[in-house]
Write a protein that binds this ligand. Structure first.
Ligand SMILES: Nc1ncnc2c1ncn2[C@@H]1O[C@H](COP(=O)(O)OP(=O)(O)OP(=O)(O)O)[C@@H](O)[C@H]1O
Ligand SMILES: [Mg+2]
Length: 461
């Protein structure tokens, strides 16, 4: 039976036209001339996809999208817009639209978008089943941490893993970007397929294209045999674009095309190759600043930042430090022949107060060094590497007195709201959920603190 597409537009001529195009593509078309009628159709009829105009009197396309998301978590919505404001479009995708297409509608583009959306929809429904079978339990992927910041990260990993959504992980060096990317893959339906990591900063520019897309034997001097690119290696799995902020502009354009068209051409090939790869990108750079200075494409940034995860530096989640110490001692002590060794309470306090510019990796190295040079069964504060014992301590988390309690509480509140918005990728309903407040109350607080959602999630340039 053909799949059913609900077309929503306030212009009757447009509805007829689109219906005939959709039917020519082999689908069943049903139409509604407004948002309310559309919702009735969705409740009544077995609809597989909603294709809606954005600007309509009464319920707009966006209102319809939000209403659909409440009714059905997986029903794909594709939005048609005459105004190709990238920012609006990204906002719509954040709010759960599968994709958007610009008017006037081109038949080829419509065909590809509909096919992709319907395919994804099948996959999502499968995932939902799988998740229910697994009882909603997630693999921790060996991640350590107990702080609220860490719990938010784990929650984000769990939420996004199921989907094919592109994820952008940001954070200072050594904060765990790669291990988080691996955790997403390990919890995704792709876990049985490859996780391929590419360091975009480490490949000579001339080789980048063939590295990613492969090449055909003889396509250039030195191409002595066919070469399998990273996309092909990652087929069905996840491609981790590490240090994405350092990717040269020419390659950025190519990667953007793959994200949009889900196909690419190996160097020297004449026909595009379809690809099913999930992209996770990571960077320790400020991509907004790179966009502003013109070294990173804005459109690629929007495509990547659909689901941003920010990893806070270790010094901002110092309560996790003792947990890391336990984990690293447990891992390293046996291999170094130092079983049963531990840090004294003083040493732990000293470590918890250090600033850790190299974050978790630096902590790991420090534990290793301390274990190697330890003599007794207990590592004292004085046995720590000297750069730690002499470094000025990070400012204590609780400031001294006198204090302005109201201002402090307000500042804390503001920070948590911004964090929640970030974690929720700017989706206010979700941010409110994370904060345990209702949407109205979130809205009041946004106004009170003058928080702009786009700025909070960092897409505001
Ligand atoms: N939550 C965690 N639990 C356990 N180990 C962690 C955690 N986060 C990071 N690590 C460990 O810390 C080290 C650094 O992590 P990772 O390589 O993922 O960081 P990164 O952000 O990719 O760093 P860089 O920017 O330098 O590439 C790794 O050895 C990783 O296993
Ligand atoms: Mg890394």
């Amino acid at each position: 039976m053909p799949q059913t597409i609900l077309i929503v537009d306030d212009e009757v001529r447009m509805l007829d036209l689109l219906a005939s195009v959709v039917e020519a593509l082999g689908y069943r078309a049903v139409t509604a001339s407004g948002g309310v009628a559309a919702l009735e159709q969705i409740e009544r009829d077995g609809i597989d996809l909603v294709l809606t105009d954005l600007r309509m009197p009464g319920l707009t396309g966006r209102d319809l999208l939000l209403a659909v998301r409440k009714l059905d978590a997986t029903l794909p919505v594709v939005i048609m817009t005459a105004y190709s404001s990238l920012r609006d479009a990204v906002e719509l995708i954040r709010e759960g639209a599968f994709d958007y297409i610009n008017k006037p509608i081109e038949q080829d583009e419509l065909a590809t978008t509909l096919a992709n959306a319907l395919r994804l929809n099948d996959a999502l429904r499968d995932n939902e089943r799988l998740r229910q079978e697994l009882g909603g339990r997630y693999e921790s992927g060996g991640l350590v941490g107990g702080s609220p910041a860490f719990q938010r990260i784990v929650r984000a990993v769990g939420e996004v893993a199921e989907q094919r959504t592109t994820v952008l992980i940001t954070g200072e060096s050594g904060t765990g970007k790669e291990i988080v990317a691996r955790a997403i893959h390990a919890n995704s339906p792709r876990r049985g397929r490859p996780f391929v990591a590419v360091n975009c900063a480490a490949i000579p520019e001339a080789l980048l294209e063939s590295e990613f897309f492969g090449h055909i034997k003889g396509s250039f001097t030195g191409a002595l045999a066919n070469r399998v690119g990273r996309f092909a290696q990652a087929e069905g799995g996840t491609l981790f674009l590490d240090e994405v902020g350092d990717m040269p502009l020419a390659l950025q354009a190519k990667i953007l095309r793959v994200l949009q068209e889900r196909s690419y051409e190996p160097v020297g090939a004449t026909t595009p190759r379809a690809t099913d790869v999930r992209i996770i990108a990571a960077t320790n750079r400020d991509l907004n600043a790179r966009v502003a200075e013109g070294t990173f494409r804005e459109d690629l940034y929007y495509r990547l930042a659909v689901f941003p995860i920010h990893l806070p530096p270790l010094r901002e989640r110092a309560e996790d430090i003792p947990l890391f110490l336990d984990r690293f001692v447990e891992q390293l002590a046996p291999t170094l022949g130092k079983r049963g060794i531990r840090f004294s309470a003083d040493a732990v306090a000293r470590l918890a107060g250090y600033r850790w510019p190299g974050n978790i990796r630096e902590l790991q190295n420090c534990v290793e060094r301390s274990l190697i040079s330890a003599h007794g069964a207990v590592i004292e504060a004085d046995d720590l590497p000297s750069y730690i014992s002499t470094a000025p301590a990070a400012p204590p988390a609780t400031a001294g007195f006198p204090t302005d309690l109201d201002a402090e509480v307000a500042e804390y509140e503001r920070r948590r709201i911004v964090e929640a918005l970030r974690q929720a990728g700017g989706v206010q309903v979700r941010a409110a959920e994370l904060l345990g407040i209702n949407e109205r109350s979130l809205w009041h607080r946004l106004k009170k603190f003058g928080i702009t959602v786009s700025r909070a999630v960092g897409v505001d340039g």
